[in-house]
Design a protein around this ligand. Structure first.
Ligand SMILES: [Zn+2]
Length: 245
């Protein structure tokens, strides 16, 4: 959200049609995400993404973690591994170190984690399992296989699905009950606007033969529970017309 132009950001947020979660990935994005979320009373997730580590190294990680901690996010993320950006052994090692240190931070703050994972599903699963993370895990823009999703079941996971169509995504929707699913757009990157999330809801509704309203309510409930939104913000989703029993 912080990467939209200011006017577009305002326009999207004022529509109050979908309730976005604002997610950071480096120092600047984290700071902007925090500001927008506070201003619009939205949940925010802060972390240092693996792409950032490839670009900026580990030198400032300690300071970044402190800033994240002070901002009291709802979860730690995006964190994880990105083998498209991290090509060398050294870069991948640094990504892994930042990932592990931020899992430690999440445990200390008793927060769940939101994972970014590109071209390294086996490795991400392995790192989380070896670390034995004590908390819940959300796989953002899930693009791994059903077997990877199964391998994460000990972490009470959520698999967040974006607007891209893929056979992996279809297989996951069919293999897992709605309790495990979330919807997202990663906009402005994957979809142009958060409103595009409606197409993901439609896709799930069709594959699961569920009413769209139920998919919308259940996926929102899953994320609200995962992030502990009610405790911090009250039942804000109701302002967006989302209701569940
Ligand atoms: Zn990502």
């Amino acid at each position: 959200m912080q990467d939209f132009k200011k006017e577009e950001q305002e326009r999207i947020l004022k529509q109050r049609e979908v309730m976005p979660v604002i997610v950071g990935y480096n120092k600047e994005a984290n700071e902007k995400a925090y500001e927008i979320a506070k201003e619009h009373r939205l949940p925010y997730v802060l972390g240092i993404a693996p792409q950032t580590i490839v670009e900026e190294g580990l030198d400032k990680l300690e300071m970044w973690k402190e800033e994240i901690s002070e901002a009291k996010p709802f979860a730690i993320g995006e964190i994880g591994l990105d083998y498209k950006w991290g090509k060398t052994e050294e870069q991948r090692k640094a990504e892994r170190q930042a990932f592990e240190e931020q899992m430690e931070l999440a445990e200390k703050l008793r927060l769940p984690i939101v994972i970014h994972c590109r071209q390294c599903c086996d490795e991400v699963v392995e790192v989380i399992k070896e670390f034995a993370f004590k908390g819940r895990v959300m796989m953002h823009s899930f693009s791994c296989k059903v077997k990877h999703a199964h391998a994460l079941l000990d972490f009470n996971p959520l698999f967040s699905l974006n607007t891209w169509k893929s056979k992996e995504k279809k297989a996951l929707i069919k293999a897992f009950p709605i309790e495990y699913l979330a919807v997202e757009t990663d906009s402005p990157y994957i979809a142009r606007t958060p409103l595009a999330v409606k197409s993901v809801i439609e896709e799930i509704a069709e594959l699961k033969a569920m009413p769209k309203e139920d998919v919308e309510a259940r996926t929102a409930e899953n994320v609200a529970t995962f992030l502990g939104i009610e405790k911090r913000l009250g039942r804000v989703w109701e302002e967006y017309g989302i209701k569940w029993e």
